[in-house]
Design a binder for this molecule. Structure first.
Ligand code: AMP
Length: 406
């Protein structure tokens, strides 16, 4: 029995979950918010209780120290050494990291060398990794990549139809994201369907604040909607998703408030999507309140959101030449019965029909009729557990290596 932390370090936050492994028992979870900003706070929850406190958090290094303090304070551990494994979510692994790796000096060096692929995310992930390595040098430290599951995409899916030199010289290609989630729900869906994952085709729709759709053939990702970065694909809470690249230079010329392309990319990442069109909120719950009140911008944003999801799902029926099931997951996919209903309503031609009584909030399993040619499933995602499992997968080999070294 050992304790493993799953860590997800963002630019100004650090989310964590503590597991007892190999039992896969989640003991506690928490988040440090607004790291390095005014009003930072820590949230810890376990055994149905939530503990929140405002506390100054200067940087990621301090948040890691505070996390260990919280674990001791709430008697979740008695001693730092009880944490024997730490799994870090890393956004971009590029073409180099095709699966999870132990963060040896060499692997960390290589990880740093590809930070340019995700300048907003990877440096924060690395800060978290280094802070833990300083504090818990004995613990097994593993990187789990959001892109790894998608490294099975064939070249015709991951290449952009632009001059070949941009791929060969600058690695411009589709990498995808949310891989840990798509992989987890695909495996769980196969269990629900009672078929080996290697024998079925699935379309997985991770629809949260960030959203992506993946075509999975016999357990392997063969196409996904996010691209070179997580900006591409379907419309999201604050991200535009796909759009004509010519709009960028056009807007740079027309909008005097724009100074450079990065500013525009920031707008496409943070001020677009549901928020940009509705001019209200990026949150689907807020949007639906406004829709029910007849707010026209909100209605348009909702329709665009559903449309773009439908387009990708339909496209992947084509890529896979048919699928056994469509799987919904993440905040909206798991909870929003209207979005699920409206997507399926528009795709009934593909052989999917929902049972309204099963299409409820918190559904878990099949929600389509027995006659549906393509089953529709809701599977709650659990990226943190996947990360803890990946740490577990390395444990035996890692400790054997340590013993051999003496
Ligand atoms: P995530 O990024 O997976 O945490 O998902 C966040 C999104 O899920 C936000 O747009 C929330 O509004 C949405 N969401 C969470 N709970 C619900 C719910 N009960 N009904 C509709 N949307 C929800």
């Amino acid at each position: 029995m050992s304790k493993t932390l799953s860590v997800n370090a963002g630019s100004s936050s650090l989310k964590w979950q503590l597991f007892e492994m190999p039992e896969e028992k989640m003991l506690a979870k928490g988040i440090f918010e607004r790291i390095g900003l005014e009003g930072s706070k820590s949230l810890v929850s376990f055994e149905g209780e939530k503990h929140e406190r405002e506390i100054e958090i200067i940087d990621h290094r301090q948040s890691v120290l505070l996390l260990m303090d919280e674990l001791i304070h709430f008697h979740l551990i008695q001693d730092f050494r009880e944490i024997t494994g730490i799994g870090h979510r890393v956004v971009a692994g590029g073409e180099y990291f095709k699966e999870s790796v132990v963060l040896t000096k060499e692997n960390l060096k290589n990880l740093k060398s590809i930070s340019y692929l995700a300048p907003l995310h990877n440096p924060a992930n690395i800060l978290g990794i280094e802070a833990f390595q300083r504090l818990l040098p004995e613990a097994l430290s593993v990187a789990v990549f959001d892109t790894a599951f998608h490294t099975t995409m064939p070249e015709e899916a991951f290449r952009y139809p632009i001059p070949t030199r941009y791929y060969e010289d600058f690695e411009v290609r589709k990498y995808g994201a949310h891989g840990t989630s798509h992989k987890y729900v695909a495996a769980e869906a196969a269990k629900v369907l009672g078929k080996p994952l290697e024998e079925i085709n699935l379309i997985t729709a991770h629809i949260g604040n960030g959203a992506s759709v993946t075509a999975i053939e016999k357990g392997k990702s063969v196409d996904t909607s996010m691209g070179f970065t997580p900006l591409a694909g379907v419309m999201m809470g604050t991200r535009s998703g796909d759009m004509d690249a010519s709009i960028l230079p056009y807007l740079l010329k027309r909008d005097d408030s724009l100074e450079n392309a990065q500013q525009l990319i920031d707008i496409l990442n943070n001020e677009s999507g549901i928020l940009g069109v509705s001019e209200l909120s990026s949150d689907m719950r807020d949007l639906e309140v406004a829709v029910s009140e007849g707010n026209e911008k909100a209605i348009l944003a909702y329709k665009m959101f559903v449309n773009r999801l439908k387009k990708y799902i339909a496209e992947y029926f084509g890529i896979l030449n048919g699928a056994d099931a469509l799987v919904f997951t993440a905040g909206i996919g798991e909870n929003d019965t209207d979005v699920r209903r409206d997507i399926i309503k528009g795709l009934s031609w593909f052989g999917m029909e929902l049972v309204p009584e099963l299409n409820v909030r918190g559904a878990n399993g099949i929600i389509s009729t027995p006659d549906s040619k393509v089953k529709v499933l809701v599977i709650p995602t659990n990226e943190e557990l996947m990360i803890a499992r990946d740490v577990e997968n390395f444990r035996e080999a890692w400790f054997k290596q340590i013993l051999e070294k003496g």
